[in-house]
Write a protein of this length. Structure first.
Length: 313
């Protein structure tokens, strides 16, 4: 559903000693600059003009959502999406965020899933969620058009948020400098060649890990995250895991843990510590260290990051 969901990270020139003793004020500034949850910007953030020239080519069912889509560029959304301030093993400060294609991506997905379920060739399926489009059909062509647009929108959304995030840091430290950002989708479709064939690769909960390509594998708030370099393993279709993954459902996490548990597991991290984010407690996720150990043949670690500040949607 969350077309183009992914992560972006950028290293700054700051180190841990450059940060204020309390990060509460910085978190408040980030939350003021970047809308979270269902919120959006009062005025659209400037983005890729080509994106909006192509909006009219999308399925007509979403044409009335253009204004909302424009106002949601540069916004976080909810669920497990986050904005984080991290330190690497050399105490250098990193900015990291996780987001997707917001309401417009969700709506496009719902429209095309609904269309697929009505097609004649899908009527005999044991589960309607297995409905597919067939190559060479009008339905497939229109789906790919909207899908790839939504993935570009998701990337533009992350770029806009990174710019807003950088601006917040500059207000605290005008002398701060930033390296080039690392960007990667982890819920998306790509046209690639594998084993001599042109294929559509769907990476759901996975990143591309082509040889030498940089990617990001986040943990949960209160654990570790990793910037990685792909090894180009052909057996995985040059892919790697996108992160820890949930150990239990959100409902089970809320039943099993308390706010006290959340506070203990996020000790040392400036973040919300209330029942509203209890489903994101670190113990609801798998051990990121074990996940990284199991994919040593897919990626190598470039930087290990630990969160010191986290804004949840």
């Amino acid at each position: 559903m969350d077309i183009g969901c992914g992560v972006a990270a950028v290293r700054s020139s700051l180190t841990a000693k450059d940060l204020p003793d309390s990060l509460g004020g910085l978190r408040s500034e980030i939350e003021r600059a970047i809308p979270v949850g269902f919120e959006q910007h009062k005025r659209p953030v400037q983005g890729d003009p080509e994106l909006w020239r192509e909006f009219g080519d999308l399925t007509p069912a979403v044409h009335d959502l253009e204004s909302k889509a424009r106002h949601q560029v540069g916004t976080l959304g909810g669920g497990n999406h986050f904005l984080e301030l991290c330190l690497d093993t050399e105490d250098r400060v990193w900015l990291m965020l996780h987001s997707g294609s917001r309401n417009i991506g969700k709506t496009l997905a719902e429209i095309h899933i609904g269309r697929a379920k009505k097609l004649a060739h899908n009527q005999g399926l044991p589960d309607r969620d297995l409905a597919v489009f067939l190559a060479g059909t009008r339905e497939m062509q229109e789906y790919r058009r909207d899908l790839f647009w939504a993935q570009r929108y998701a990337r533009a959304n992350r770029q806009a948020m990174l710019q807003l995030y950088r601006d917040v840091l500059r207000r605290f430290r005008p002398d701060v400098r930033f390296a080039d950002a690392v960007q990667c989708h982890h819920n998306y479709v790509a046209e690639e060649v594998h084993f001599g064939q042109e294929v559509l690769v769907t990476r759901k909960g996975a990143i591309r890990a082509g040889k030498g390509e940089l990617g990001i594998i986040p943990g949960s708030m209160g654990t570790r995250s990793y910037v990685v370099r792909g090894l180009g393993n052909p057996q995985s279709f040059e892919s790697a895991s996108h992160g820890a993954g949930r150990r239990m459902s959100r409902g089970e996490a809320k039943r099993r843990f308390t706010v006290k548990d959340l506070r203990e597991q996020t000790q040392g991290v400036e973040c919300r510590k209330d029942g509203g984010v209890l489903d994101e407690i670190p113990a609801a996720y798998k051990d990121i260290g074990q996940v990284m150990q199991q994919q040593r043949d897919l990626i190598e670690v470039v930087a290990e990051l630990r969160q010191v500040l986290c804004v949840k949607g």
